[in-house]
Write a new protein. Sequence first.
Length: 329
Amino acid sequence: MRSMSQFGNDLYTGKLSVPFVPRRRLWFIVAIVLVIGSALGLLVKPPQFSIEFTGGSQFTVSGLEQPDQLVATDAVRTVVPDATTKVTTIGGTAIRVQTDQMSADDTLAVSAALATAYDVPTEEVTTSFIGPTWGQDVTRQSLWGLAIFLALTFLILAIYFRTWKMSAAAILGLVDVLVITVGVYAFAGFEISPAAVIGFLTILGYSLYDTTVVFDKIRENTTEDGLTTGRTFGESVNLAVNQTLVRSINTSVVAVLPVAAILFIGALWLGADTLSDISLSITVGIIVAAYSTLFVAAPLYSLFREGEPQLRERDERVRAARELAAVDS
């Protein structure tokens, strides 16, 4: 059985090769299915936005020994029967209740009803209000942040790699990561909050870093294409991806383990729900980013460039020399 070091050495020398580029049609079909499935999932089960985006009233009841969520729902509806409520347990000793926008009188009445229902002093019930205008500002700024990030990414990669085709492949890979991550996020029933948006931007940055490392190796390999290497352009791209495969796996595992621990131990086991939104987006995003770089972005770049006349002619000379060598042998 190969050791990890031997496995990595075989990938680097080309003795062992994963067909990222030769089977790109299969990987593209898988990527399209995942993206379409995520998009359809968003239509069937639209993502829920937190109170920071939608606006509303929020009540927090602290100092509870048994934070029963049903008690909070019933207490709110005794004051506002048609109120839409979302109740969350925080740390096992507190309850957070989010509702539609309420008037000042209803807010005071709900606060008193919660204190009575949980048998705690009124000082243990804190209230806050977020207006719809503030929520719209948060939404607009988040979208602007995403648009600026993608625009700067395209520009910087085009300058660094001196070709827009690498930028286009990288951007499509980032969009793939974003759509699939948001789809998983909505399917899991988690709210999209400002913390989740920060998580999305974080994993886009991680994906960009991973893609840049792989593309840098691709640029190094493809500058040596031709008869001297005996490789076509696509083969050089595939070799570069294989040479960076172990690094991508190790980086992803090291990055995802602590975040996954926060998600599964802190959020799901200990009930620290304030960490769940950002930890889920980063956990899923890191995994999807590693997949997207290897199976989407790199094969896309090869596809974009193989049709160039100069590269096509060089690849034909390589194949002709290879066939001639086979005949002579």
